[in-house]
Design a protein around this ligand. Structure first.
Ligand SMILES: Cc1cc2nc3c(=O)[nH]c(=O)nc-3n(C[C@H](O)[C@H](O)[C@H](O)COP(=O)(O)O)c2cc1C
Length: 324
């Protein structure tokens, strides 16, 4: 399947694996890229720029296909060594960067000068337009369904994607809630040139996470995610568990006066325990509503290749019949 996104990134299928903390290691990115999609290493999961440089080298040893690096610009004052991470990306010869969080504007000149294509993840049309204005090459439009941070506007993809299509000149992919071939076709119909998936890729054979995490996704339904950190205006969609319910009770009790300190025990440094040790109730971890559509643990090749093949069949079959 050829789209503006496959052309831009030199990939076979218009399917991107979004950056995921403690999931987006070289193994994950290489498996997605080898399957013809675009795999992405999560930059900040690597503790230092030197560690990221090693992870990039590792990934290059696992695939000869293009892969990218995610750089998440966090809110707050204790900024990671972004120039160091960017140097590791440039020196490592990576040609695609997925940015997310705050505006990447300050770092774009260095990335563009190195010939790197930048896809910025946005949860609103106005942020997407800003990304276009400052020179990003593409946008990942992340609807309210998404795992992780959906922003504060709460606009689902059935509205957000066609709104993005009305306004944007640069290509965009549909992100949030994506997990099967029907949705890929729908995303294309709504104006996107591909899709970005997070949660769905965690339930694959190659995802380098504990089996308990994959099983939790199979067991979950679309009703099992919760929005935490709303009072902090740093909303995150997570899979519910007793720790999350306790966190929500704290937020309810403190209301708008909730501080990050009040909820730190539920979110601070819990990812290694959950993703690597499989201690599912250690705290809150990002998960999308698409969990309700996850019923198996395929290889990335089976998932991506299968989705695209089925999408083409839907376009030529079911869709075609309505045109005649
Ligand atoms: C476990 C997990 C961790 C994530 N970590 C990050 C991250 O560090 N940076 C980022 O930009 N997005 C992160 N995301 C968001 C994904 O890149 C992607 O935008 C999102 O998962 C799309 O929604 P979906 O889960 O419905 O597919 C994370 C998502 C999940 C599920």
């Amino acid at each position: 399947m050829k789209t503006k996104i496959t052309e831009m990134f030199g990939i076979e299928h218009p399917v991107i694996q979004g950056g995921m903390h403690y999931v987006g290691f070289a193994e994950m990115a290489a498996a997605v890229s080898n399957a013809g999609g675009l795999g992405i290493i999560t930059g900040l999961t690597q503790k230092t720029p030197e560690d990221l440089a090693k992870e990039i080298e590792k990934c290059k040893g696992m695939t000869d296909k293009p892969f990218g690096v995610n750089l998440t610009f966090l809110p707050g004052f204790a900024a990671p060594d972004y120039p160091g991470y960017i140097k590791a990306i440039i020196d490592g010869g990576v040609k695609i960067v997925e940015t997310a969080g705050r505006s990447p504007e300050a770092y774009l000149p260095a990335l563009k000068e190195a010939g790197i294509k930048v896809i910025h993840k946005c949860t609103s049309v106005r942020h997407s337009l800003k990304a276009e204005r400052i020179g990003c090459d593409a946008v990942s439009v992340d609807g309210f369904e998404c795992g992780g941070h959906p922003g504060e506007d709460d606009i689902p993809n059935m509205i957000l994607l066609p709104r993005a299509a009305e306004e944007l000149k640069i290509p965009f992919v549909a992100s949030g809630g994506m997990g099967n071939a029907q949705q890929l076709v729908a995303a294309l119909a709504l104006g996107a040139d591909g899709i970005n998936m997070g949660t769905r890729f965690i339930a694959t054979k190659e995802a380098p996470v504990h089996q308990n995490v994959k099983q939790a996704l199979i067991d979950a339904t679309e009703l099992d995610t919760r929005l935490v950190m709303r009072p902090l205006r740093n909303t995150e969609r997570v899979l519910t568990n007793p720790a999350v319910e306790k966190m929500l009770a704290v937020e309810k009790e403190k209301g708008d006066a909730t501080t990050i300190e009040d909820v730190a025990e539920f979110v601070g440094g819990v990812y290694p325990q959950i993703m690597q040790e499989g201690t599912m109730e250690a705290g809150a971890w990002s998960c999308g509503m698409v969990a309700g559509l996850i019923h198996d643990i395929p290889t990335c090749e089976e998932l991506v290749g299968g989705m695209v093949k089925e999408a083409e069949e839907i376009i030529k079959g079911r869709m075609q019949q309505f045109a005649s």
